[in-house]
Design a binder for this molecule. Structure first.
Ligand code: COA
Length: 173
């Protein structure tokens, strides 16, 4: 398949999708015409949401945006990128802590296929401290995570934790 410079693949576990991810996708659309959100089938993490749920939540979040597609991928990321006809992997960088891991992944991916480039965007300062894990942890303990995740994710998270959606404590920004 011919490789398109207008298409980027944004891979991750997305367990679940947060506003950090959403921010990168939206800003990624300033650079690329189309973004494929690629949800990893295999993950070393023990996800709270299964693959179908992680995909459904991302699709619901971007239901109104026809420039964003959500799919799953298995196996090597660079193979999927080529198969999808893209040339670029989009990743977000938070603080210094992300750098080593991202650098390692980008170099490995380049070693595996030097025609696929990784493009990094700095995560918006509002989302520098969040991760899917910390949000799940706070929600499990009864904290209010509204405003950190899209609404479909918030409601599904509350449901999964067996809690009514308005029972969490905290401050909205
Ligand atoms: N703002 C806030 N948080 C963000 C963020 C942002 N912009 N971007 C990522 N995060 C968080 C995520 O919530 C996630 O949190 P968690 O660790 O608590 O779950 C964490 O940063 C990193 O997750 P994510 O961006 O989803 O990436 P990942 O490390 O889960 O995914 C794959 C890694 C799936 C992309 C990678 O393992 C892969 O490519 N696998 C395929 C196999 C392969 O090709 N391997 C060789 C390549 S090295």
């Amino acid at each position: 398949m011919e490789q398109s410079q207008h298409l980027a693949v944004y891979p991750g576990t997305f367990d679940p999708l947060t506003f950090g991810h959403v921010g990168i996708i939206k800003r990624g659309l300033d650079v690329f015409d189309q973004i494929v959100v690629a949800v990893a089938v295999k993950t070393s993490k023990s996800p709270l949401f299964n693959l179908k749920e992680r995909i459904a939540l991302a699709r619901e979040t971007f239901a109104d945006n026809d420039r964003v597609t959500v799919e799953s991928f298995d196996g090597l990321l660079v193979d999927y990128v080529v198969e999808r006809g893209a040339k670029a992997i989009l990743r977000g960088l938070r603080a210094v802590s992300d750098f080593e891991y991202e650098f390692q992944m980008a170099l490995m991916n380049r070693r595996l296929n030097h025609q696929v480039q990784t493009v990094f965007l700095m995560t918006d300062y509002r989302w520098l401290y969040i991760s899917s894990t910390i949000i799940k942890e706070a929600a499990r303990a009864g904290g209010d995570v509204r405003g950190l995740v899209p609404d479909p994710v918030y409601y599904r998270l509350m449901e999964r934790l067996g809690r009514p959606a308005d029972s969490t404590r905290g401050m909205l920004e």
